[in-house]
Write a protein that binds this ligand. Structure first.
Ligand code: 5GP
Ligand code: ZN
Length: 114
C-alpha cells in the first residue's frame, strides 16, 4: 500500500523509533503516547483491521502478542501491567487503516470503556 503510513514505517520509508522488527512484524513507539510506554505492533504486510483477518493469519496474530510480551519485558512494564488494545473501525476509534496492537503502560491507567 503506497499511501499507508504504517506500511511506510515497516519498510523504512517513514521514520519511527523502531524497537523490534522481524520478517512478520514491526514494533515502534506511538508518536502521540498516552502513557510513559506506548508502543504499536503491526504486521509488516498490509491488513486493514481485525475485520480483514483470514484463517491463515492466525500465526501472525499470535506472533503479534508474543512480541507484545517481549516489548513489555524490554520496557519493564511486564510486572506492573499494561493494556493491549486493537481498535477496529469507526466506532472502535481506529484512525490508521493498518492493523495495529497498542501496548500501553508505565502508569496506572484509568478504566475507560466507551
Ligand atoms: P488508532 O486510533 O488507529 O487505534 O491508533 C493509531 C495510533 O497511531 C495513534 O495512537 C497515533 O498517535 C499513531 N500514529 C499515527 N500516525 C503515526 C505515525 O506516523 N508514526 C507513529 N509513530 N505513530 C503514529
Ligand atoms: Zn499498511
Amino acid at each position: 500500500m503506497q499511501t499507508c503510513v504504517f506500511c511506510k514505517i515497516a519498510t523504512g520509508m517513514l521514520p519511527a523509533t523502531i524497537l523490534y522488527q522481524d520478517e512478520l512484524v514491526t514494533a515502534f513507539r506511538d508518536m502521540h503516547p498516552v502513557a510513559p510506554t506506548h508502543v504499536l505492533i503491526i504486521p509488516n504486510k498490509h491488513i486493514q483491521s481485525v475485520n480483514e483477518l483470514e484463517e491463515l493469519d492466525g500465526t501472525l496474530v499470535g506472533h503479534m502478542f508474543l512480541v507484545a510480551k517481549k516489548i513489555a519485558e524490554q520496557e519493564n512494564i511486564a510486572h506492573s501491567g499494561y493494556r493491549s488494545i486493537i481498535n477496529t473501525g469507526e466506532h472502535g476509534g481506529q484512525t490508521v487503516q493498518h492493523l495495529h496492537l497498542h501496548i500501553i503502560g508505565g502508569q496506572r491507567l484509568r478504566f475507560s470503556m466507551g
